[in-house]
Design a protein around this ligand. Structure first.
Ligand SMILES: [Zn+2]
Ligand SMILES: [Zn+2]
Length: 243
């Protein structure tokens, strides 16, 4: 490639910091200014809980949850809040790959990749999916799968959108409940005994990931790890100061 052509490509397709969107030379996915925000950044690393992924002072391990461990590279605050919002609502699907790279980095650091058989994602209701055109959690799952070689599978769907051909009675007899999510009837073997990584856009201590993880466990998943582009802290003293 000629130098001029390379320069033109950089101008038209600049590599951007996945957090603040500033143009960057090709290579890194996060700019120098944003690097210290990464929870994997060497200085902050020691202070991060290896189980829930929050900094020790924000650790959520005392709260009941269904998944074994959670992983996210950055807090859902400041520029990262805008970045995830753009990815989620404004069609910025170009962010899936760099966000996945950050998540994979944390999975590497905690040596979790060998403990994962397959990746799935928190499903979205059919109507919302039709409106938005994509499920950002699914985009993340596929980006992580592509980079790591781990298989990605559609395991769950949102109940209100029950596909008509599925035998609901057979499914309901297997579990006892269920809540918001259910497994596709032909995916029960893909869940039973498996170690599953479940993706979403944001991890909170809230119900969505818990519900999806619970469903996977009820249908026999051996472990459920969850990961997301960002983690939301419950209490932020001064949100403006954290950006
Ligand atoms: Zn940046
Ligand atoms: Zn913790």
């Amino acid at each position: 490639m000629t130098a001029l052509r390379e320069r033109m490509i950089r101008i038209f397709y600049p590599n951007r910091c996945v957090i603040c969107d500033r143009a960057l030379p090709p290579g890194p996915v996060v700019c120098e200014d944003c690097t210290p925000k990464l929870l994997t950044y060497p200085k902050g690393r020691k202070a991060v809980c290896p189980i829930c992924g929050f900094k020790e002072k924000d650790c959520t391990c005392g709260k009941w949850r269904y998944y074994d461990r959670s992983v996210f590279p950055v807090y859902f605050e400041g520029d990262m809040r805008r970045s995830v919002h753009a990815f989620k609502f404004n069609g910025r699907l170009d962010k899936a790959k760099p966000l996945a790279a950050l998540i994979i980095d944390v999975l590497h650091q905690r040596d979790m990749l060998p403990g994962i058989d397959c990746i799935t994602y928190v499903p979205m209701g059919k109507n919302r999916l039709r409106k938005r055109g994509y499920n950002q959690a699914q985009q993340l799952a596929h980006a992580i799968g592509k980079e790591t070689g781990l298989p990605v599978d559609d395991l769950l769907y949102k109940c209100q959108d029950t596909p008509s051909q599925h035998d609901q009675n057979a499914i309901r007899r297997q579990g006892n409940l269920l809540g918001v999510y259910e497994p596709y009837p032909d995916k029960l073997d893909a869940i039973n005994g498996k170690r599953i990584l479940l993706t979403d856009d944001i991890i909170t201590t809230g119900a969505t990931l818990n519900e999806a993880a619970k469903t996977l466990l009820i249908f026999g998943a051996k472990t459920v790890y969850v990961c997301a582009a960002a983690g939301r802290r419950r209490q932020i003293q001064n949100p403006k100061a954290s950006s």
